[in-house]
Structure formats: C-alpha cells, structure tokens
Design a protein around this ligand. Structure first.
Ligand code: NAD
Length: 420
C-alpha cells in the first residue's frame, strides 16, 4: 500500500485545515490562534518492570486540545511511532469530530511509545496501569474521558477504569469508554462505527442519484469498522458487497458476497483471502474496482494523487481515519465523487462512546434498540447539517464538516469569553 503523505507532519496538516476553514468563515486573530493550539499537554516518562525483572522507561502523552464545548474525549494509542505532534493532530481531529456530530465534548488524544506486539499481557497491564496513574490528575468523567485506539482494547480500558477507581476509593466507570459491558460498557458500541457509516451512506445516496439497494460496494479493511459496515449495508440496506480485503489481500465476486459468511471464514482462517468462489484482488486494485460505493476502512493515506484519478466509485465513505491525502481530495472533488469525510463517516464510534458515558453517569442502561435508534438520529442529523453547508457554500463535504465543527467551537469560545 502507498504510504504517500506519511512523512508530512500531521499537526502541520491539522493547523492548515483550521486556516482554510477560518479563511472561509472569517475567523481571525486570537480565536484563530486558539484553534491552532492545544489547551493542555502532558508528557509522562515512567518505568515499567518487564517479566524478566528488568526495567525500561516509557514515554506517554495526553493532549487536551479544546474544552470549550465540554470535557475532552479521545482514544489512547500504543505504537512505536507515536509522536507528540501526531497526538496533537489526533486531538485536534477529535475536537472537530465531536463537534460535527454535536456531542457535548471537546477533543483529546493519548499515546504511549511502545510496541505492544512485543510485550506480554502482564507487561501491557503494568504499562497501562502506570500510564493511567501518570495521567490520572488530568482525566475523569467531567474532564477527559479516554477510549481505545490503535493497539488498545476493552481490556486496556478495564485496567484504566480499575486503576483510576483504586485511586478514588470507589468505582468510576465514566472515566473511560469502550469498556466491557460487564463493567458499564454500552450495548452497540462494538458495531457503532460501521453502523454509523452505513447510515451516512444511506443518507447521502439520494443526493448523488444512487440507490443503496443493489449498489455495488468495495470495503478495504474487513476489521471492526469495515466488516460491520459491510454487513449492515448488505443485510439491512440491500447493497451488494462485491469486494473486501485485509492485510493479506482482497477477494472479489461481482455477483456479491455474504459478509457474515466472509467474517466466519476470516475467524476460521485469519483472513478473508481464499474465501470460496472469489477471485483475489490486491488492496490497490480493490480501490479502483468498478463499484458505486468505496469504503476505505483500514489505514490512512491510501487514496493519493497516484490513484485518485482511477477511482470509479460515486461515493467514498471514510470509515478509516485519514484515508485520503489532501492532493487526492482535490482530484476526487473535480471528478464529482462524493467523499463522506472521516470526521462524519466514522463518528458513530464516538457517538456511542458518548452514550456509554451518559449511561455510566446515570447508572441507567439502555437496550440495543435504544442505542441504535439514537445513533441513527445523530448520524442523520449530522449528515444533513454537513450536506446543507456544502450546498450553501458550494464546497466539498470535508470542508463543510470542518465549517460546521469549527463554527460550533468558535461559538462556544465566544459565548464563554476569554478568562479573566
Ligand atoms: P481493525 O484492526 O479492527 O481493522 C482493520 C482492518 O484493516 C483489518 O481487517 C486489517 O486486516 C486491515 N488492514 C490493516 N492494514 C491493512 C493494509 N495495509 N491493507 C489492507 N487492509 C489492512 O481496526 P478498526 O477498529 O476497524 O479501525 C479501522 C479504521 O477505522 C482505522 O483508521 C480507525 O482509526 C478507524 N476508526 C475505527 C473506529 C472504531 O470504533 N473501531 C472508530 C473511528 C475510526
């Protein structure tokens, strides 16, 4: 897969995006500067004992980008390539994502420089608990609520919840989301990103003259987000999933695949590859197939200026974060391909995280039907707001989503005023 754009400093990109939107909606001076600076950054260096008794020092971050609209929300990433600028950028993007779907949150992100694939479960538990203690002074249900991200999961969240609760002397489920249901997690959280993405595609389709029923769909990345989006598009909305892929490669069947059966094959064999009755396609080829809807649901920077011109889908729905590099965005816009940007198309995940937090705080839990009904309302309303802005200003959906988001944050900053 191309990694074009990987060398670009993500925080420079994030700041450039703010400038573009501020130029468009006339935000200047101090408020624009505020939008380009994280409110609070914490760097922590802490020792973790390995299973062989030796110690190493790890570095972690928690960046709270903007709190004007409410407590901060954003995941924690474990990866060897984590940098402070990456965490800053991800925290900025969480700020805009929460605002696009109108959650009462600001944005944050955390990260620890480590290689979890080379650590044992007990080493990961010690790292997680120590990192949780180090960032504990600035997290909490009313301040900053972390969640899973790359190489962290519901078990990581359970350890953070337990560690934070030990410090308080009582259980605090609302300090973190993405927890196991047994600890106050929400019904529907596991499939929320894919489901939300499917709802946004359904809402956008009529505006590009497309019927989702019978539409041909290719999904790159048959993981949590991608496999669920495929299943809902197929089972609930009648679309035809013709191609899916994972790290090992892709499969193509023009007559359509049954996502649940492909998922069972992947669970059995470790990959979608080799599913009977399909022909193999590479991850690059999958992006360029003759389909109506393309769902990149794996990595960032896969749609670049090298392949954007060959994309044939009418809708590109970004279940993944950052799959389209800015140069490619321009090409897709010229080709009149409708991009449903990541801050909208994958916001179902953070939306149900918000529901999880709301349920934890009330100690009152909703049914799966209730969660899905409210998720649908949020996605429908948010798509409509972005589409309205795009039509009104004759701009692409990504810029429109940023206009909606930045506008909301600016309103909150102005109403609160500058202290003192
Ligand atoms: P995941 O690990 O469950 O799935 C990722 C899938 O992509 C896997 O099937 C993997 O095999 C595949 N993949 C990885 N590298 C690939 C490559 N080089 N080529 C092709 N396929 C590859 O992860 P996920 O939670 O589904 O996340 C996927 C994307 O969605 C990420 O960008 C993530 O940030 C974004 N996202 C996820 C959520 C969520 O709630 N899960 C929320 C918002 C955004």
């Amino acid at each position: 897969m191309s990694n074009e754009g990987a060398a670009i400093n993500p925080f420079e990109t994030a700041k450039r995006q703010v400038d573009v939107v501020c130029d468009l909606i006339g935000i200047h001076g101090g408020i624009r500067e505020m939008l380009k600076h994280p409110k609070r950054e914490l760097t922590v260096n802490f020792p973790v004992r390995a299973d062989d008794g030796s110690y190493s020092v790890f570095t972690g971050y928690r960046v709270q980008y903007n709190m004007a609209r409410g407590p901060c929300k954003g995941g924690i990433r474990y990866h060897p390539n984590v940098t402070l600028d990456e965490v800053r950028a991800l925290a900025a993007w969480m700020t805009w994502k929460c605002a696009v779907v109108n959650l009462p949150y600001g944005g944050a992100k955390g990260g620890v420089i480590c290689d979890p694939r080379r650590m044992s479960p007990s080493e990961l538990e010690r790292l997680t608990r120590r990192y949780a203690v180090e960032i504990a002074p600035i997290i909490g249900p009313e301040m900053d609520i972390p969640a899973p991200d790359v190489y962290t999961d519901s078990q990581t969240m359970a350890w953070i919840m337990d560690t934070y609760s030990m410090g308080k002397g009582y259980g605090v489920p609302g300090v973190i989301t993405g927890k196991p249901i047994a600890l106050g997690g929400s019904e529907g959280r596991g499939e929320a990103t894919g489901r939300g993405c499917a709802y946004v595609i359904r809402e956008a389709a009529p505006h590009v003259g497309l019927k989702v029923k019978g539409a041909r769909v290719a999904v790159q990345g048959f993981g949590n987000a991608g496999s669920v989006a495929a299943r809902i598009l197929s089972e609930e909305l009648g679309a035809q999933i013709v191609a899916v892929s994972d790290t090992k490669g892709g499969i193509y069947r023009p007559e359509g695949l049954v996502p649940a059966e492909v998922a069972a094959h992947k669970a059995r064999t470790g990959s979608v590859v080799g599913y009977p009755g399909t022909r193999p396609v590479s991850n690059e080829e999958l992006l360029e197939l003759d389909v109506d809807i393309l769902v990149p649901a794996a990595l960032e920077n896969v749609i670049t200026k090298r392949n954007a011109d060959r994309i044939r889908a009418k809708i590109v729905a970004e279940a993944a974060n950052g799959p389209t590099v800015p140069e490619a965005d321009v090409i897709l816009h010229e080709k009149k391909i409708t991009v449903l940007p990541d801050v909208l198309a994958n916001a179902g995940g953070v939306t149900v995280s918000y529901f999880e937090w709301a349920q934890d705080i009330q100690g009152y839990f909703w049914t799966l039907e209730e969660v899905n009904r409210r998720l649908e309302q949020v996605m429908v309303r948010s798509y409509a707001a972005v589409h309205h802005e795009a039509e009104k200003r004759k701009i692409d959906n990504r810029t429109a989503a940023y206009v909606v988001a930045v506008g909301k944050v600016v309103d909150a900053i102005r109403l609160r005023g500058i202290y003192p």
